[in-house]
Write a protein that binds this ligand. Structure first.
Ligand code: PAF
Length: 286
């Protein structure tokens, strides 16, 4: 497994793969890898002969009061796990490499950030699209694999790829869960024992929301209130949002229609830890 720190190095690695006629998959991550990330690696092997992972804690996607400085950094363990999983290359750039001095370029997808996490994390998605565009241009993969726990992120990035003609196949993989339903996340390690037990209400809420819509509920507010109530019933859970949106524009429908795709999504604080989760209610492929 090769490790690259500069854009130049990773671009020549990618070129050599292209020249040998092999496909390259990229999994962008911020490290602190868990089993969910490693399953993305397994999934990526189905789409490409060579798999690369980037590890970069991207400062531009964190707000001033968010957890950038305390975000877990576990590079050595991450590299060991990736090597065992058959990864060919890891790109671990510095902040200065990704954002050269006097850098002035941002990438922003408009309109898909007016609901869900967007209003609560101003600038977050612009930070994500900017860094992922740069990672794509550095690594030049044929395919990129993302976890659908960050469903809004995936749908925004997929729109960016379409709009900017990146020509990269975007694969979204179902969320990997703990036995009690909690979505795997690098931030779960912030939870103490008591909060960890409560955290399963987050997934219960989205499964309930999905079930209500699949059962024919037409009023989005009924679904949202039911999800909110489940989370609040645990005590000590502060709900940030519980919403139903369509999967194209990520807007809240007035009434739910049959044969239509929806996303139910929630964000809540358990203690100081902000967790998100979601479920697609899909009649078509994403
Ligand atoms: O999902 C993440 O870990 C990050 O948002 C990403 C896509 C690696 C961009 O920094």
């Amino acid at each position: 497994m090769k490790i690259f720190q500069t854009v130049g190095e990773v671009q020549s690695f990618s070129s050599s793969i292209q020249q040998s006629g092999l496909r390259l998959a990229l999994i962008p991550t911020m490290g602190a890898l868990h089993e969910g990330h490693l399953r993305l690696v397994d999934e990526a092997h189905r789409y490409a002969e060579k798999v690369m992972v980037s590890i970069f804690v991207n400062p531009t996607q964190f707000g001033p009061n968010e957890d950038f400085s305390r975000y877990p950094r576990t590079l050595e363990a991450d590299l060991a796990a990736l090597s065992e999983r058959g990864v060919s290359g890891v790109f671990t750039p510095s902040v200065g490499e990704m954002y050269p001095p006097n850098d002035q370029t941002w990438v922003r997808v408009e309109g898909l950030d007016t609901h869900l996490c967007g209003p609560f994390r101003p600038g977050h998605f612009q930070g994500v699209t900017t860094v992922v565009a740069r990672l794509f241009l550095a690594c030049r993969p044929h395919v990129a694999v993302f976890g659908l726990k960050d469903a809004q992120q995936f749908l925004i990035l997929r729109r960016m790829v379409r709009d900017l003609h990146f020509g990269i196949e975007m694969v979204g993989m179902a969320t990997v869960r703990e036995p009690d339903g909690l979505a795997m996340s690098s931030r779960n390690r912030y939870l103490n024992e008591v909060d960890r037990k409560k955290a399963s209400v987050i997934s219960k809420a989205v499964f309930l929301g999905r079930g209500l819509i699949a059962g024919g509920e037409q009023d989005p507010a009924t679904v949202e209130n039911a999800m909110r109530e489940v989370m609040e019933s645990a005590g000590g859970v502060s709900v940030q949002y519980a919403e139903v949106v369509d999967t194209e524009q990520l807007q809240r429908p007035v009434q739910l229609q049959p044969e239509t795709d929806y996303l139910v999504a929630v964000a809540a604080y358990i203690g100081q830890t902000r967790l998100i989760d979601n479920q697609f209610v899909s009649v078509r492929n994403l």
